[in-house]
Design a protein around this ligand. Structure first.
Ligand code: URA
Length: 231
């Protein structure tokens, strides 16, 4: 990879500054001053110093975001996306989104540069449970618990959803646990039984819970312990 990208990824400096400072002799690769900041390095092998700092290679970045309503779970779009909420530092990374949420859905979103992690979380075969808090238009009928367990027929897609878990918390509020990532799934589970979701928030992916201290639109890096939950 280019050495300016490797340095930039650590947040030490911008690529523009790295280019300028390298010309002045601030970049040392394997003991030699290198004036061209586009020089390629192997981040696992080459020893890079910039402005006297040893540059430790950051391989992957993983973020937990509390997605607000009104922004798209997409990396590029004409409309505002979750990427637009990130600090410049993270824009240098090729972040992908796990398990997209509808524009009006809030809650836990994971953004990561690690394709393997993304695949693990989004692949239907991994059976990772996604937990949602749903508010509904009408009081939730107790019969829905059994219907969810048996698999609701989704007429829009002509298929029967996998068994889902429904816990009614209040007349119009429930926890829903699903293992699929189908389009509008939670909304469709309810609508195909004659009710309607008016508000939806994802609160967990597997054992990873949304950090209650993250306000809507806030994000932070995942801790090692949180990453371990997916290993
Ligand atoms: N199910 C939905 O209906 N919408 C989401 O955003 C996620 C799950």
């Amino acid at each position: 990879m280019r050495v300016d990208k490797m340095i930039g990824n650590t947040g030490l400096d911008t690529r523009k500054n790295i280019k300028r400072n390298a010309k002045k002799g601030a970049l040392v690769i394997n003991g030699n001053i290198v004036k061209d900041s586009s020089t390629k390095v192997d981040p696992y092998v080459d020893e890079v110093y910039y402005m006297g700092h040893f540059v430790e290679y950051i391989e992957n970045i993983h973020l937990m975001m509390n997605k607000p309503a009104g922004v798209l779970s997409a990396t590029k779009d004409e409309e505002e996306t979750v990427i637009d909420l990130l600090d410049d530092f993270y824009l240098d990374y090729d972040l992908s989104i796990t398990g997209r949420l509808d524009k009006d859905t809030t809650g836990l979103l994971i953004l990561s540069t690690d394709g393997k992690l993304i695949h693990k979380i989004t692949s239907p075969n991994s059976n990772i449970t996604k937990t949602y808090e749903a508010i509904t238009r009408d009081p939730i009928d107790k019969s829905f618990i059994e219907e969810f367990k048996n698999g609701v027929y989704i007429k829009e897609d002509d298929y029967t959803a996998r068994p889902a878990d429904l816990e009614i918390l209040e007349p119009n509020k429930a926890l829903v646990k699903v293992t699929e990532g189908k389009f509008h799934l939670v909304k469709r589970l309810f609508s195909n039984l004659g009710n309607e979701v008016t508000s939806l928030k994802r609160i967990a992916i597997g054992d990873l819970k949304l950090d209650p201290y993250l306000g809507e639109g806030d994000y932070r890096e995942l801790t090692e312990a949180e990453l371990e939950l997916f290993s």
